[in-house]
Structures are given as structure tokens and as C-alpha cells.
Design a protein around this ligand. Structure first.
Ligand SMILES: CC(C)(COP(=O)(O)OP(=O)(O)OC[C@H]1O[C@@H](n2cnc3c(N)ncnc32)[C@H](O)[C@@H]1OP(=O)(O)O)[C@@H](O)C(=O)NCCC(=O)NCCS
Length: 248
């Protein structure tokens, strides 16, 4: 990601403040310097999606990052932000971004991809669970009206680490000291193989289309997403959304 792309990413970010919090050029300049991964997705010249991720032991002050950084697992990549432009959502752009990140993480021998999702962001929760994330601590209350679920995706055959659900962020070290004892333990203990996973149950619950406000059976839903009726409605909503954004 080049510095010139940052302004576009800030604008795109600020269309989803409820989901990802507000950004500023200064904040994203810091992200670009401190993060381990940053990339954008373009359609022709237009940036239609972006992602920032941080490795362990960064001095990033976000409380959600510090929650993960205060845990026992060290070889993680924390996804701070993933945003796809409204008119490019539900086209598997987000799925492809995670696939790309997983590949980079595996090359870098990271065992865990972690993040948090606001408990009110049901679409993103569903999306992340589809990407293989599991909740490792639910309903963590930063305040009465800001609660998050902490999520983790394990890459390869690693065991689920022990999670400390009661991290006190006032006490959580920004850069935890690595205990030599723990390091020794980690090296001498062979990894246990996990039993093969049970196949996921087929999700055949009826699905509600956000755009058309109609319910479909799981089998019909995929076809509906490609139907002329849905694509028209999606285009109208995207246009209204862009117009609303332009007047802000
Ligand atoms: C969450 C987000 C990153 C997902 O990216 P995306 O590119 O839209 O996701 P994908 O297209 O890969 O997958 C979307 C899922 O929604 C489903 N979907 C598609 N159209 C839908 C519709 N109209 N109504 C309901 N669900 C729909 C798809 O079937 C797919 O589910 P599946 O995996 O069960 O098939 C993106 O929507 C986004 O940027 N949202 C706003 C910012 C945000 O919330 N970021 C995450 C913060 S934690």
C-alpha cells in the first residue's frame, strides 16, 4: 500500500464508522509504519477494499490489540481492519483477502490470525465464522455500549491456546516480556496432533436478503444473489449509499 492510497482508505473506512471506528490520515500513517501487513484491492484504478494487520509485540495502543498481545500466544497476526466498499460487498472480496493473508501468515510461520468484532455487527460475525474464526472470548465489555467478541483462526494443526478471559487492560503490558521458562517449555514440548475435524453441518437455515428484505431457503439464496432482481436492488442501494456519502 502506498502513502498516496491512505487518503482513499481513510474515506472508505469512514463510511463504516459503526463497524470499524473512525480513521484519520494521521492514524493510518501510523498503521502503515507499525503494521506487519497492509494491502488494498483495486478494480482498475479504484481502491475497493483494504486490510491492515499487526504482528505480536507491536507498540500499537488499541485495547483490542493489547488484549490479544497480553495472551500467552505470541505468533499471531492481528487483523485490525478489513473494509470492502459497499458496492463490492458480497462478491467474495473479503474471503479472498483472508485467503491471501492466510498464505502470508503460513509463510511467516504464524499460527494464529486474531481479531475482534463488535457484538452488534452480525454480518461481520457471520462472515468471520465462515472464514474459520471461532470466538475465544465473547461479549468483552469495554463499556456499556461497546462490547466485542474476540476471535481466533488457527492455521494448521495447532492446539487451541489457553485463553485468559479476564485481561485487565489497565494492567496489560503493552509489550509483554517473554518468559525464558515458557520459551524453553514451548520448545521441548512436541505439538499434539488434533483429531480430524468433524465435517461442518450444512447450514440450511432460511436466509434474509439485506437488500431485497425477502427470505429464501438456503438453496434458493445463492441463486437469488445472482438474480436480476437482486442485482438491480443492490445497484440502487449502492447508488443511494454513495450519494449519501458524497453529501457528508
Ligand atoms: C464484513 C466484510 C469485510 C465482508 O466482506 P465481503 O467481501 O462482503 O464478504 P464475502 O463476499 O466474502 O462474503 C459475504 C457473505 O455474506 C453473504 N451475503 C451475500 N449477499 C448477502 C445479502 N444480500 N444478505 C445477506 N447475506 C449476504 C454471502 O452469501 C457470504 O456468506 P457465505 O460465506 O455464507 O456465502 C464487508 O462486508 C465489509 O467491509 N463490511 C463493512 C465493514 C466491516 O464490518 N468490517 C469488518 C469489521 S470486523
Amino acid at each position: 500500500m502506498g502513502a498516496e492510497d491512505l487518503t482513499t482508505c481513510v474515506k472508505l473506512n469512514n463510511k463504516f464508522v459503526d463497524a470499524v471506528g473512525r480513521a484519520s490520515p494521521k492514524k493510518f500513517e501510523y498503521f502503515l509504519k507499525a503494521c506487519s501487513h497492509a494491502y488494498v484491492v483495486r478494480d482498475q484504478e479504484r481502491i475497493v477494499a483494504f486490510m491492515f494487520a499487526f504482528g505480536a509485540d507491536s507498540d500499537y495502543k488499541s485495547p483490542n490489540y493489547r488484549w490479544h498481545n497480553a495472551q500467552s500466544y505470541r505468533n499471531f497476526v492481528y487483523v485490525d481492519r478489513i473494509v470492502v466498499a459497499k458496492d463490492y460487498q458480497d462478491m467474495k472480496v473479503g474471503t479472498q483477502m483472508y485467503k491471501f493473508l492466510d498464505g502470508l501468515c503460513k509463510k511467516a510461520k504464524a499460527d494464529f490470525v486474531v481479531c475482534e468484532v463488535n457484538t452488534t455487527n452480525k454480518d461481520s460475525m457471520r462472515f468471520h465464522q465462515r472464514q474459520g474464526f471461532e470466538i475465544i472470548s465473547g461479549n468483552y465489555a469495554h463499556s456499556d455500549d461497546y462490547k466485542v467478541n474476540f476471535l481466533m483462526k488457527r492455521l494448521g494443526n495447532v492446539e487451541k491456546p489457553k485463553i485468559n478471559r479476564k485481561v485487565d487492560l489497565n494492567k496489560a503490558p503493552e509489550k509483554p516480556e517473554k518468559s525464558e521458562k515458557n520459551e524453553e517449555k514451548k520448545e521441548s514440548k512436541p505439538r499434539k496432533e488434533r483429531p480430524p475435524k468433524e465435517p461442518k453441518p450444512v447450514d440450511d437455515k432460511p436466509k434474509m436478503c439485506r437488500e431485497c428484505k425477502k427470505e429464501f431457503s438456503a438453496a434458493e439464496f445463492k441463486d437469488h444473489l445472482k438474480s436480476e432482481e437482486h442485482l438491480k436492488m443492490k445497484a440502487i442501494k449502492a447508488k443511494l449509499y454513495e450519494e449519501a456519502g458524497a453529501t457528508q
